[in-house]
Design a protein around this ligand. Structure first.
Ligand code: SF4
Length: 418
């Protein structure tokens, strides 16, 4: 049973929208294209971050559409068709086209599912067109990956093979390493979703055991379950302990004995503990406040408390899926304050009141907090870094010790100059 105290909060939010996931998804699947149907704001967010193509025209201005609503919509369909035609003519290598919805009311009025259907008919055999929402009204940034993967699930072929499926984007090097470890344990068929090419989708069926790599894939997990797959309950593969328990869940499902499991993992665990030691010295006893953004907060808090000795003041998370998070919540210390949702002003007041040593937060909040002398870690960095698995535990800890170390150096300099 979890000893965490679960609270909910609502109010103004300060998080990235689901469009941000495109930054890592388009790198993962280079044969896919993410066409954002959005405004100039969306264009600025994504173009600067990922260099993907944006469908954004000033004629979507609300005033014009209010005046000539239906005609405006007809124009929007035509314009979208034109952009897609031009794009596919210029980029014949695109095999999957994601139409990604956004916030503006003009975009919400467009039925992107119907647009995809129509385009699929036209481009059948050449490119598959899918759609999902990356809108900031409906999604926070990691949920964009959930939407994209969920859209791919119906395209996966049926399978009767006994196989392990790792679900969630991983750095390629980490993925290779984990697959090798599972194969050494005797699990012969290990597949990944998303794949490295959007058209190489793994098959799925009742003999598919799923290990979630990321904690924010609620809808994808549900869609895979509907296809017959079994979701293995486990903590997430962050840190030594989490990664071990995550692998253990697969070992158990595939009937692998403890002796072989320990024989293969123990040398890695010993080495990882050694590598973690210097960072534990920096992090131990430091007080941590996690603001909600990526949904990685609970697994990170568990790792930083149990393996690095940090003290948890508050663990925020944008959404809390109890079923997926149960194994993580069980590992948190008694009475850990876990807050689902956000009222950014109230949370910042609590941060100031508690004066933590480190705050994990979005980029927009980091600068003002740093200016007040509070060390911060951007949560977005954690979705771009190879942090999964036993071998990566020290790198993960290093990401958190870096801002504390920098803070110490700055303090020393200030003392010397005083
Ligand atoms: S929050 Fe909405 S308008 Fe802003 S970039 Fe994201 S999808 Fe576009």
């Amino acid at each position: 049973m979890s000893g965490a105290t679960l609270l909910k909060e609502s109010g103004p939010r300060e998080v990235f929208c689901g469009l941000t996931s495109i930054v890592w998804l388009h790198r993962r699947m280079p044969d896919a294209f993410f066409l954002v149907v959005g405004s100039r704001t969306c264009a600025h967010l994504i173009q600067s971050a990922a260099g993907v193509m944006i469908f954004a025209e000033p004629r979507f201005g609300t005033a014009i559409l209010e005046e000539r609503d239906l005609a405006g919509l007809a124009d929007a369909h035509e314009e979208l068709d034109r952009v897609v035609n031009d794009l596919l003519a210029r980029r014949p290598e695109i095999r999957t086209l994601f139409l990604v919805g956004s916030c503006p009311s003009e975009v919400i009025k467009l039925d992107l599912a119907r647009v995809s259907e129509r385009l699929n008919e036209r481009f059948r055999g050449r490119v598959t067109v899918l759609n999902y929402s990356g809108s900031g009204i409906e999604t926070t940034f990691t949920q964009g990956e959930d939407g994209a993967l969920k859209a791919l699930v119906p395209l996966m072929p049926d399978s009767k093979d006994k196989q392990l499926m790792l679900v969630g984007t991983l750095a390629n090097s980490v993925e290779d390493r984990l697959k090798t470890l599972f194969q050494r344990l005797g699990i012969e068929k290990v597949v990944s979703f998303p794949p490295r090419q959007s058209i190489d989708l793994p098959s799925v069926g009742s003999e598919t055991q799923v290990l979630l790599v990321q904690p924010y894939l609620t809808d994808t997990a549900r869609a895979l379950k509907d296809r017959g797959a079994k979701i293995l309950p486990a903590p997430f593969p962050l840190g030594i302990e989490g990664s071990q328990l995550w692998m253990k869940a697969a070992a158990k499902a595939f009937g692998i004995g403890d002796d072989l499991f320990n024989e293969i993992l123990e040398p890695l665990v010993t080495r990882a503990h050694q590598a973690l030691k210097p960072y534990r010295e920096i992090l131990s006893g430091k007080r941590l406040f996690l603001l909600p953004e990526s949904q990685l907060e609970i697994p990170l808090a568990r790792f930083l408390q149990r393996e690095c000795g940090m003290e948890l003041i508050e663990v925020g998370t944008p959404y809390l899926n109890r079923e997926m998070m149960n194994k993580e919540l069980d590992l948190l210390p008694e009475n850990t304050k876990v807050v689902e949702g956000q009222h950014v002003e109230k949370q910042l007041d609590r941060v100031r009141e508690q004066n933590p040593d480190l705050v994990v937060c979005g980029m927009g909040l980091a600068n003002p907090l740093e200016a007040e002398g509070i060390s911060t870690k951007w949560s977005i960095e954690l979705v771009f870094s190879p942090i999964h698995g036993i071998d990566q535990a020290s790198d993960l800890a290093e990401l958190f010790s870096r801002p504390l170390h920098r803070h110490q150096i700055l303090n020393k300099k200030q003392l010397t100059h005083a």
